[in-house]
Design a protein around this ligand. Sequence first.
Ligand code: CA2
Length: 147
Amino acid sequence: MVKKIAVLNGPNLNLLGTREPDTYGTTTLEEIHALTEQQAKKHDLVVEFRQSNVEGELVNWVQEAAKDRAGIILNAAAYTHTSIALHDAIAAIETPVIEVHLSNVFAREEYRHHSYISDVAAGVICGFGATGYMLAVDAIASMLRDK
Ligand code: CA2
């Protein structure tokens, strides 16, 4: 059976490519979707790609993905730095979660240096722009091979 991975994107990431190109690049979220699908295909994986501005919706999707997805790639955007709810949702599941950020959050404002996701994630990728999503797909594929 084909393995599926969930790629979940948090608030304001729907604006990618339209504003703040110096920080987040010029690639749109739809383009990241397409690139992620291409990368997943190389590993015989299928991508379910979603974005929401609503914290509870992201929590619901983490819980849903934990039922039968092989892995989760999560850019929780600003909720990374605020959401105990997302922390608790990830802590409660076995499915590996790769935390991704387009920007290098450690080279930015101090309030972006703390993540509620990192300590319950399988790994963290930040600072590589859209490429980070592809690296995360490779990381999940590698984890599945090693299982
Ligand atoms: O670097 C990342 O991927 C972030 O997760 C992006 C979040 C930010 O709060 C995190 O600290 C780091 C912000 C996403 C907002 O995206 C926008 C894109 C274009 C224009 C405005 C916002």
